[in-house]
Design a protein around this ligand. Sequence first.
Ligand SMILES: Cc1ncc(COP(=O)(O)O)c(C=O)c1O
Length: 335
Amino acid sequence: MIDLRSDTVTRPSPGMLKAMGAAEVGDDVWGDDPTVARLQAAVAERAGKEAGLFFPSGTQSNLAALMAHCQRGDEYIVGQLAHTYRHEGGGAAVLGSIQPQPIENAVDGTLPLEKIATAIKPLDAHFARTRLLALENTIHGMVLPAAYVEEATRLARGKGLATHLDGARAVNAAVASGRGVQEICAPFDSVSICFSKGLGAPVGSVLVGDKALLADAHRWRKVLGGGMRQSGVLAAACLYALEHNVERLAQDHANAAALAQELGQIAQIRVTGQATNMVFLQIPQEHCAPLEHHLRQHDILMQALYGTRLVTHLDIAEADVEIVVKAVKGYFAGV
Ligand SMILES: Cc1ncc(COP(=O)(O)O)c(C=O)c1O
């Protein structure tokens, strides 16, 4: 199957499975797992932060970070399109008693500075206490401009806010921009980095930040049910990914660019955007379901919607791009 629905669909490679099988483990709730400790230290070092904490998912890592930064009745400023706000079940409000203050994202994924400034509430008993600015990088595949991130986080800090980055794809951002992961993470107090997206591990995210913040996040991780036992088996997959799957992200970005370029030649399809490993398309409504069906017959999985997204990853080879384009062209030739 050529599965373009998401970069979360990758299967662990034989090398990764071997590393998982060979992992030295212990009970990580007791702090005994040496492989988890090694992963946490390695990610913290790469990100230029004091410490790291391993989580089963990006959703939980983001939520524990929000809960570590904000108390009950506090507020975080976040984009309408942000994963933490839109796609995580409202966890900050539901489980954290944190009020989200969403702001409309600009087309480049940024939150306009004047809107951030306006959203920050004065200290007054009438208002939730604005505590945190949360950004996402990449967002919809787009790398946030470094100068923007610098300004937005400076503005937040100037108003006494902490800053968090949902860096589920921070490594894609680093590879695409030629900046290091450390540079992408530097402006933020905390960053959640996923290993189960472009990096190709089956599960796992690491939250990085300073030790005091991570001590709070560690407690919330336990409360949220994320304390894992012999999780070195999973951490080994993430360590393998760090060693083997970082530089190759450039190939995913090139494959996405080629896919966008080629699909853009098809009259019925409108390519509305491409950035890093994501391609955004518009497909005429009447063709959505039949195209999806046609592609499935050719062992290609994509969600064909009017506005849809294709995502490249390490299980999509360069040659697969041509196979997909040929199959899409074949469908439209027959209608
Ligand atoms: C930007 C972003 N943040 C966070 C997450 C959550 O990660 P997980 O699925 O591991 O909970 C995702 C998942 O796709 C994501 O795309």
